[in-house]
Design a protein around this ligand. Structure first.
Ligand code: ZN
Length: 175
């Protein structure tokens, strides 16, 4: 950050009083601009034993497959955000969202929160961020063509749990 979003004056990086790490501080209006991790919310939609994946139309990882997921918006609950992302990227309504996994990616200041869910009967359609959507039986999942490590790890856990018929909550760290 170079300029204060409040008043437009230059900001400097310094440790505010009673704080313990550098922040962007505006010398003109004294605003402290905190930067905190972003939450990514998404779903693992399943229907008839198949899992819905989207092929990304945008960078990063264009052409790779991923679960529907994206940044949580202000004013949304986690489950609302996860359902919205699924509708936007795959054109599917989802229901019965159950928290399934948290993936901490501290190195890039992101936390993924992924929900298990069911797909509504209606057919989906790729949104503007997807080239293609497809239902995969677990043995058909294109493991080598998945977009992100967080998605791969969560999907791997999900497929293992599915075999055992139990879905405990998971929390993993992606280094
Ligand atoms: Zn300012």
């Amino acid at each position: 950050m170079n300029y204060c979003p409040h008043c437009g004056a230059p900001v400097t990086s310094k440790i505010p009083e009673a704080d313990d790490r550098p922040r962007f501080v505006c010398e003109a209006c004294a605003a402290i601009h905190y930067q905190n991790p972003k939450m990514v919310v998404g779903t693992i939609p399943e229907t008839g034993g198949s899992i819905l994946l989207c092929r990304r139309a945008i960078e990063p990882a264009r052409d790779k497959w991923t679960l529907p997921a994206g940044y949580l918006e202000n004013g949304e609950t986690l489950q609302e955000g996860a359902a919205r992302e699924t509708l936007e990227e795959a054109g599917y309504q989802v229901s019965d969202l159950v928290p399934y996994a948290i993936a901490n990616i501290a190195s890039i200041n992101q936390v993924y929160i992924m929900f298990r869910c069911s797909l509504a009967d209606s057919a989906g359609a790729p949104g503007s961020e997807s080239l293609e959507i497809k239902l995969f039986q677990p043995p058909e999942i294109p493991w080598q063509e998945l977009a992100f490590r967080s998605i791969r790890e969560v999907l791997k856990l999900y497929c293992q749990d599915r075999e055992e018929g139990k879905f405990p909550f998971h929390m993993i760290d992606i280094l």
